[in-house]
Design a binder for this molecule. Structure first.
Ligand SMILES: Cc1ncc(C[n+]2csc(CCOP(=O)(O)OP(=O)(O)O)c2C)c(N)n1
Ligand SMILES: [Mg+2]
Length: 581
């Protein structure tokens, strides 16, 4: 059965068919035809944001909290270019979103028409795939393909740029369309020979580590991971993108590796003889100086994207496949091996690792002048709010403290901008997460710098009834940059002071201006009561201005470009590796 309709009506109908319930966007000339049928849709709710960057990050937060594809929409030219940052962000963190943009009418493409930008060309290197649609008849098939590509294999952003005339022209609508993606067939089943090779190495190894990345949660393989870890007794590290995929409270958890990872996690990787890398990509923030990373380790590397394998570090056993299938197969084969009396012995390894854990726990400085330590705020948030909430971070010191000092027990409960490090991510992403999961408590942990980049979406939250909670960790500075200036630029604080004494803007008044509740907390003894008060307000968004000490630093730290072996757990304090071995 086919039906006559406009391309714009077909677009909305297709979105309904693929199960979209929420679209974040802002209208404008080129995309206007699409907004007309959207007005009538009872299935698709369009959320009018205040900046297209907010729409993109909201789609990312929605996608990560729900596991579905997030959708954002913008007009041509500047509307579309405002989506570039969130699209790049989604690409770096493999977040499934579909960005729909209006384009100038087909005859005007290439003429520098009003509000023309070649958004398909601009986003070519930062999308998993993108489409320029110039025929109304192609719209349903393109939408079906876009959602399929975004959500299968390694997830990622897909752009669908639709010329205005294609939205206006009449076409014959039918569903489902026949997708035309002959070259796109992601491999999900791992090769059994590779699984056997991996099992052999895991049994022979004396110092194995499960190096777990964001891909494990994306494959919904947290339960399989716990099973594999407990079955084998192998220690686990969870990267920034994998926090919560393995419970922090689990005795086999060594913490987060990398530049601001725990000494135990970094030490485990460095001294390992076998890395079992799952859905992770040997990012420079994890490896430090690549040539000295885990120098004695063989590598098993499993990823759904073959391009990641041996990209940065040679894999002795490459496995292309979906992490859930890979880990499931590893559980089965290891169980058989154990039944036949073959089991790894990691007892000496655990002695060493438990020593690291005990000697170098995470810690921080408290202040005698009564001022607030930001890490303490995180600890109390974690204790009072608990592990069932979503925590969404901005980028900077507060992000690292949120990764370190909040206890994550559930996969996907920490949402942040890892690969791109996009300041301004938190407020709109928290909004998207809360709209996707209205039943859940959503706390954004934001920096005073980050917050000033996208706080306009508080207006959207207040108007649309999205009661997120925002903890602004107000250290008066672009703190992470200031930390580098302290350590590497002789305390020359060039352009990092946000002039907190002038209180411009006053975050409490700003919150109130946006129809939110604003609270301020400046002393450790007020932290619990302030968090509790914020937890009691569930009808409007709450912003808490946590005024913290400006000199708090993120430790441990591996200075950029140096070896993980040179990690410091406080300023000028290095762990003693040799003596312990
Ligand atoms: C869009 C963008 N611009 C610049 C940077 C570089 N940068 C990284 S962290 C940071 C400081 C963030 O300041 P704030 O939000 O106050 O967080 P803090 O580090 O103080 O916790 C800056 C400027 C970035 N990551 N993203
Ligand atoms: Mg700051």
């Amino acid at each position: 059965m086919t039906e006559q309709m406009t391309g714009a009506q077909a677009l909305v109908r297709a979105l309904e068919h693929v199960g979209v319930d929420t679209v974040f966007g802002i209208p404008g000339g080129a995309v206007l035809p699409a907004y007309d049928p959207l007005y009538d849709s009872v299935k698709v709710r369009h959320v009018l944001v205040r900046h297209e960057q907010g729409a993109g990050h909201a789609a990312e937060g929605y996608a990560q909290a729900t596991g579905k594809v997030g959708v954002c929409m913008a007009t041509s030219g500047p509307g579309a270019t405002n989506l570039v940052t969130p699209i790049a962000d989604a690409y770096m963190d493999s977040v499934p979103i579909v960005a729909i943009t209006g384009q100038v009418p087909t005859p005007l493409i290439g003429t520098d028409a009003f509000q023309e930008a070649d958004i398909s060309g601009i986003t070519m290197p930062i999308t998993k795939h993108n489409f320029l649609v110039t025929e109304a008849a192609d719209i349903p098939r393109t939408i079906a393909e876009a959602f399929h590509i975004a959500s299968t294999g390694r997830p990622g952003p897909v752009l669908v740029d639709i010329a205005k005339d294609a939205l206006q022209d009449m076409m014959e609508f039918s569903w489902p369309p026949v997708m035309q993606l002959p070259g796109y067939r992601p491999v999900t089943r791992p090769h059994s020979k590779q699984i056997r090779e991996a099992a052999k190495l895991m049994i022979e190894a004396k110092r194995p580590v499960l190096y777990v990345g964001g891909g494990v949660h994306k494959a919904h393989a947290s339960a399989e991971l716990i099973e594999l870890a407990e079955l084998t007794g192998i220690p686990v590290v969870t990267t920034l993108m994998a926090r919560g995929t393995f419970p922090d409270s689990h005795p086999q958890h060594m913490g987060m590796p990398g530049m601001h990872g725990s000494v135990a996690a970094v030490g485990a990787l460095q001294r390992s003889d076998l890395l079992i890398a799952l859905g992770t990509r040997f990012d420079d923030r994890v490896t430090g100086q690549l040539s000295s990373f885990a120098p004695n380790a063989k590598v098993i590397h499993a990823d759904i994207d073959p391009a990641e394998i041996s990209k940065n570090r040679h894999a002795d056993v490459p496995i292309v496949g979906d992490c859930r299938e890979v880990i499931g197969d590893l559980v089965t084969i290891m169980r058989n091996e154990h039944d036949e009396g073959r089991k790894g012995d990691y007892s000496e390894w655990w002695q060493l690792l438990n020593g690291y854990k005990q000697t170098y726990p995470l810690g921080y400085e408290s202040y005698t002048d009564g001022s607030l330590a930001p890490q303490y705020v995180m600890e109390r948030l974690s204790a009072i709010v608990g592990p069932d909430a979503f925590y969404v971070a901005g980028v900077g010191q507060h992000q690292m403290w949120a990764a370190q000092f909040i206890g994550y027990e559930n996969p996907g409960s920490f949402i942040n901008s890892g690969g791109a490090g996009t300041m301004g991510f938190a407020v709109p992403a928290a909004m998207g997460a809360k709209m996707g999961r209205p039943d859940a408590t959503v706390w954004a942990v934001d920096g005073d710098g980050c917050f000033q980049m996208t706080n306009q979406e508080l207006a959207t939250c207040a108007i649309e009834g999205v009661p997120v909670k925002i903890a602004v960790i107000n250290n008066g500075n672009l703190g992470m940059v200031r930390q580098w200036q302290t350590l590497f630029y002789d305390e020359r604080y060039s352009n990092t002071d946000l002039q907190r004494v002038k209180r411009i803007p006053d975050f409490v008044k700003l919150a109130e201006a946006y129809g939110c509740v604003g609270l301020r907390c400046e002393r450790p003894e007020d932290v619990d009561a302030t968090i509790r008060k914020a937890m009691e307000i569930n009808d409007v968004p709450v912003v808490v201005d946590f005024v913290v000490h400006q000199d708090a630093m993120v430790w441990p730290m591996v200075a950029a470009g140096t070896s993980n072996d040179d990690i410091k757990y406080a300023r000028d304090m290095a762990p003693k590796w040799e003596n312990e071995e």
